[in-house]
Ligand binder design. Structure first.
Ligand SMILES: Cc1cc2nc3c(=O)[nH]c(=O)nc-3n(C[C@H](O)[C@H](O)[C@H](O)COP(=O)(O)OP(=O)(O)OC[C@H]3O[C@@H](n4cnc5c(N)ncnc54)[C@H](O)[C@@H]3O)c2cc1C
Length: 455
């Protein structure tokens, strides 16, 4: 489905000197994200494209675009760095792609908080925070490309979530500035818990132009690898470390079967051992050593970031979360896909050992230590040998029904079928205010139906 060309032309004519592009190659590239991790999404989304890319440099230009889109009923898909995994910025009904990457001013950095425009790359913000002795409370391993706005509209948590919880927890995000998509766009400011109205909404309910982001005092983390004789021992170590609040920023337990994919770590991560990758505070190293030894492990590597880079070793954040999937897909792209699993609380390592036995060579596991709602929460992003959609959903069914796990389905395009599980009526009510014609990222929320649109 796409918009008739004459309507696109009228829309474009109203953009004045706002930067726009419509060459075919760029349109194809800017209509994609990392949905290709899923063969199911690939079949569904390949070939879906926007018809025009607009690249505003200021909030005033965003307002001009929003007004013209509303007047001419042009679908509007927001795009930051385009690193989402679920086709979140693939335009399902054509129309315009609004790329935010030139909305990139850092407005203020104070103790514990950064205020910036939504298209600021996370790594740029990280560098600015470092100049004040601070660092980001959390980030995805895609921080070089990913934008702050894209992370909070499309992501959920990541490196740092072990200490600071998920994006929606606590005071991680306390302010959003939003432009509505109406003939006369308004600015809505959300504060505190009100920000949940637009968090993880896949760009369906308002254009975020600026936001605040939590910072934390900088630490020169040691990037470590600890090796264990079996996976259960690695899991036990990681769970205990988290319960005892060992001062860490990242901890991921990875089966030895992943070792062939971690080519830069040959010599540090042998395939006959299971590994725990962590970022540990220098002051906590004695405690770390003791806890590793208590679970029968040994430390194979512990270096600060600068030394890791000098030795051409990957930082720990490239060894966990969805970067692990990327390592495998780079080596064997046709063979693998993945799942995102949240384990029931309290965590029972025996359940994991049972799953490893049940799936044998079909599923390779790695587990991520995090906090959610203030409690220890363990996730897995297992690599699943790709055979068919039916088999993938059979595994999802088993993990859900037999094991009591929650699956954040990375093979679905809607917010509800992916992470949220149910329609968030607060977000839909906010969409009625911020996107009353239902133009934003159409097809990405089941909570919106065409009759809800303002005539
Ligand atoms: C290797 C790899 C590792 C990853 N690790 C993690 C991880 O640890 N944690 C995690 O949560 N995610 C992770 N992701 C997913 C993704 O990288 C992050 O969610 C990322 O932060 C998205 O940022 P982006 O700028 O690329 O967003 P995009 O992909 O451009 O957009 C994401 C969504 O946000 C919407 N959006 C973008 N900008 C705005 C705006 N200004 N206003 C409103 N809506 C907007 C888009 O329409 C889209 O629906 C990973 C992905 C890969 C490929």
């Amino acid at each position: 489905m796409s918009v008739p060309q004459h309507r696109m032309d009228t829309f474009r004519a109203e953009l004045g000197d706002i930067d726009w592009r419509d060459d075919a190659k760029l349109l194809a590239a800017k209509s994609r994200d990392y949905y290709w991790y899923s063969p199911i999404l690939k079949a569904q989304l390949d070939g879906k494209e926007g018809q025009l890319i607009v690249v505003p440099k200021s909030e005033a230009e965003v307002i001009t675009i929003a007004a013209a889109a509303a007047r001419h009923r042009i679908p509007l898909t927001l795009r930051g760095g385009g690193t989402g995994n679920y086709g979140q910025c693939v335009p399902l009904e054509g129309g315009a792609i609004l790329e935010t990457t030139r909305l990139s001013r850092i407005l203020e950095i104070s103790e514990g908080r950064a205020l910036c425009e939504a298209g600021t790359r996370l790594e740029t913000l990280e560098k600015a925070a470092a100049e004040t002795g601070q660092m980001l409370s959390m980030f995805p391993s895609t921080k070089r490309l990913a934008t702050v706005g894209g992370f909070i509209a499309g992501g959920s948590g990541g490196i740092g979530s072990l200490r600071h919880g998920m994006l929606r927890d606590g005071a991680n995000i306390t302010y959003l500035r939003i432009v509505t998509v109406e003939q006369e766009p308004r600015i809505i400011e959300l504060h505190g818990r009100e920000t949940l109205k637009a968090l993880h909404a896949y760009g369906t309910n308002g254009i975020i132009t600026a936001l605040d982001y939590a910072l934390t005092p900088a630490t020169d983390w040691l990037h470590t690898i600890a090796l264990f004789p079996d996976y259960g021992a690695g899991l036990r170590f990681a769970e205990n470390a988290q319960k005892s609040r060992l001062d860490a920023y990242l901890m991921t337990v990875v089966e030895g079967r992943f070792a062939p994919f971690y080519r830069r770590l040959t010599g540090y991560f042998p395939a006959d051992r299971d590994a725990v990758f962590s970022m540990i505070a220098p002051d906590a190293m004695d405690d770390f050593r003791m806890q590793v030894a208590a679970c029968g492990g040994e430390i194979a590597l512990a270096k600060p970031l600068q030394e890791m880079e000098a030795a051409n070793l990957p930082p720990a954040w490239e060894c966990g979360w969805n970067h692990t999937t990327l390592q495998a897909l780079k080596s064997e792209p046709e063979d693998w896909s993945y799942l995102q699993v949240a384990y029931p609380r309290p965590f029972d390592p025996a359940l994991v050992m049972h799953q490893i036995e049940r799936y044998g060579d079909e599923v390779l596991f790695h587990h991520e230590m995090a906090r959610m709602d203030g409690e220890v929460q363990i996730f897995a992003l297992p690599l699943v040998r790709w055979t068919s959609k039916e088999r993938m959903y059979a595994i999802i069914g088993e993990m859900t029904e037999l094991d009591g796990c929650t699956i954040f389905d990375p093979h679905a395009v809607t917010i509800e079928d992916g992470g949220m599980k149910e329609i968030d009526s607060t977000q839909i009510d906010f969409k009625k205010e911020a996107d009353p014609f239902g133009l934003m990222n159409p097809g990405k929320t089941r909570g919106w139906t065409p009759e809800m649109a303002r005539p």
